[in-house]
Write a protein that binds this ligand. Structure first.
Ligand code: KPL
Length: 301
C-alpha cells in the first residue's frame, strides 16, 4: 500500500516506521526539516518496545502527494493546514490518528477521499531526528468516522495488522473517540502539570485528579448520547496509564519542549460541550485553566 504519514513527529514516525517495515508498503513521511534530513541520510530507527530500522522516503512538503492512504498525525491545531495541503493531492482514504475531537470533520470538509477516524495509544518519543522510541505498547483502533463498517476500513486495518501494529477495526468510532478523549483528559494535563510519567496517575492525588477528569468526560459523553459508563472510561484511562507507565504523555512532551499543547481539543473541548449542556465539570475546567495559564505565560497563546 502507498502510504503518506502527514505529521511525522513521535507517533507518526512510530506508525509510519512500523508500516514501512512491511516491504509491501511504500511509506512517505511528511515532517520537519531536521527529522526529514536525518531520515534521508540514515533512515528511521525505532527503538524500545518495538525495534526496526527502515528507509521510508521523507519530505517537508506535504502538497500534491498521491497515495492509497494518508494518515494524519499532526496536532489538532494543525489539522486545518494539513487538510489544505492534502487537498492539493490525491488519496483513496484518509485516516486521522490524532488526539482530541473534531479532526475528522475538519478533514472531511476539505477532502474528497473518505475519512476514517482512529485512535492510537502507543507511547512514542522522538529521541532525536531520525530516532523514535516506542515507550509503551498500545493499540490502534479505527473505523468509519460516523460508525458502521466499510471495506476500506477493513483493508487499511489489514495493512496495519500485517505490519505488526496491534489493530482493531470497529463500527462504533464515535464512542471510541469519546473514550480516548476521557483517557487523554485524565492522563495528559495531570502528567504535564506535575511533570510525571503516565504511570504516576495510577497513585495518590494524581489518581484522584485524573479519575475526576475522566469521570466528568464520560458524563458529558453520555449527555451527547454516547454510551460510555464511568466504569468503562476509568478502566480505559487506567489501562492506558498502566500500559504506558514509563511514557511521557504528548502534553508533557509539549510543555517540556515549550510548545503549545492540545488542551483546547482535549479538556477544553469537554468544558465547552459541558457548558452547552449545562453540566458542571470543575476538574476539567481547572486543568484547562492551569495549562492555558502556562501557555499564556510562555507566550504561546
Ligand atoms: O495519547 C496519549 C498521549 O500521550 O497523548 C497517551 C495514550 C496518553 C499515551 O501517552
Amino acid at each position: 500500500m502507498e502510504i503518506v504519514v502527514f505529521g511525522a513527529g513521535s507517533l507518526g514516525s512510530l506508525v509510519g516506521g512500523i508500516l514501512a517495515s512491511d516491504r509491501t508498503n511504500d511509506v512517505r513521511l511528511v515532517g520537519r526539516q531536521s527529522h526529514v534530513d536525518a531520515v534521508r541520510e540514515s533512515g528511521l530507527r525505532i527503538t524500545g518496545e518495538l525495534e526496526t530500522h527502515v528507509a521510508p522516503t521523507a519530505t517537508t512538503d506535504g502538497r500534491a502527494l498521491e497515495a492509497d492512504l494518508a494518515i494524519v498525525t499532526v496536532k489538532t491545531s494543525d489539522t486545518a493546514s494539513a487538510a489544505a495541503a492534502l487537498a492539493t493531492g490525491s488519496f483513496d482514504a484518509v485516516c486521522s490518528l490524532q488526539n482530541g475531537m473534531g479532526n475528522e470533520e475538519t478533514l472531511a470538509n476539505r477532502l474528497e477521499a473518505p475519512v476514517l477516524a482512529g485512535t492510537a495509544t502507543y507511547g512514542a518519543i522522538l529521541r532525536e531526528p531520525g530516532v523514535v522510541a516506542c515507550t509503551g505498547l498500545g493499540d490502534v483502533v479505527f473505523g468509519p468516522r460516523d460508525g458502521g463498517s466499510s471495506k476500506l476500513a477493513d483493508r487499511v486495518g489489514e495493512a496495519f495488522a500485517v505490519a505488526g501494529l496491534e489493530t482493531t477495526v470497529v463500527d462504533d468510532m464515535p464512542r471510541r473517540l469519546w473514550e480516548k478523549l476521557a483517557v487523554n483528559a485524565g492522563i495528559n494535563p495531570v502528567t504535564a502539570l506535575s511533570d510525571v510519567d503516565n504511570g504516576a496517575v495510577l497513585e495518590g492525588p494524581s489518581n484522584d485528579l485524573a479519575r475526576a477528569a475522566t469521570r466528568e468526560t464520560a458524563r458529558v459523553a453520555r449527555a451527547c448520547d454516547v454510551s460510555l459508563t464511568n466504569r468503562e472510561a476509568l478502566a480505559a484511562m487506567e489501562d492506558v496509564a498502566a500500559d504506558t507507565a514509563a511514557n511521557t504523555s504528548s502534553m508533557r512532551q509539549d510543555v517540556r519542549a515549550g510548545k503549545r499543547t492540545e488542551i483546547d481539543a482535549i479538556n477544553g473541548y469537554v468544558v465547552d460541550r459541558a457548558a452547552e449542556l449545562g453540566i458542571e465539570v470543575p476538574t476539567n475546567r481547572a486543568l484547562t485553566s492551569l495549562v492555558e495559564t502556562w501557555e499564556r505565560g510562555s507566550d504561546l497563546r
